[in-house]
Write a protein that binds this ligand. Structure first.
Ligand code: 3SL
Length: 235
């Protein structure tokens, strides 16, 4: 029998899914999990995800850069916001980062009962798929959404992963079927398709016309990211 793949479309649905003994992939395409992959691929030593702005600021020191956002904008007093473009090798190599974001970092904490927690973004799609296929374990694709609402970009990405796992894994899941349909619908031009996403519209209102396209660069940061000892590290 093949291992299963499931999709959790919103953090509110996580308690309905048994994640013990499974690999959970955290997905927040815009932008937390994309930023995490970019920073670690560009040489950051570790990223500590925390829930609150106050907790993040308590780390501020010579040893930690404090990063993150609230409602899409850099939080006050932080060194960095949450755009992958801010995390170039020049500024991030060899550094430890503490990160808090509106949705994504909370999901990492919510998944603590999982056997293994990994980070998924378009930046590391192929590396992640290779790992999931080889590990032969049940997989839960956990979409961060936006403030507990389902969103298009995380669901679309979960569809790409399930499509790639269709030989190694099996499912009986309506969210998986929905996500696969989304892949079909978006396949001509997934970036253009996602311009209708509410978070893409939010970015526009904030004057950010770049990050959607950036976060859709397939395999631009081919790094496998694991959560280990309260930190995200490149494996
Ligand atoms: O909510 C999050 O975790 C962030 O990724 C949101 S934002 O894209 O930085 O606005």
């Amino acid at each position: 029998m093949k291992p299963t793949v499931e999709i959790v479309l919103s953090p509110l649905l996580l308690p309905l899914t048994d994640i013990k003994g499974k690999v959970v992939v955290i997905i927040d395409i815009l932008r937390a999990t994309s930023t995490i992959c970019a920073a670690l691929d560009n040489g950051a030593k570790s990223i500590t995800p925390v829930i609150s702005v106050e907790e993040a600021l308590s780390y501020q020191s010579d040893s930690y850069l404090v990063a993150g956002e609230r409602n899409g904008e850099k939080a006050e007093g932080f060194d960095f916001g949450n755009s992958p473009l801010e995390y170039s090798r020049e500024v991030i190599e060899g550094k430890h980062v503490v990160l808090t974001t509106t949705n994504g970092t909370k999901c990492i904490h919510a998944a603590k009962d999982a056997d293994e927690i990994l980070i998924g973004s378009f930046f590391n799609l192929s590396v992640l798929v290779d790992y999931l296929q080889a590990s032969n374990k049940p997989v839960v694709l956990f979409c961060a959404g936006w403030k507990n609402q389902v969103n298009l970009e995380d669901t679309l990405y979960a569809g790409y992963i399930t499509q790639a796992l269709s030989n190694s894994h099996e499912w009986e899941s309506d969210p998986v079927e929905m996500a696969l349909d989304l892949v079909e619908k978006a396949k001509k031009d997934p970036t253009h398709y996602l311009t209708r996403a509410s978070h893409a519209k939010r970015f526009k209102r904030l004057g950010n016309n770049i990050d959607l396209g950036v976060c859709m660069e397939f395999n631009a940061h081919p790094v496998l990211v694991k959560y280990h000892n309260n930190k995200l590290v490149s494996a």
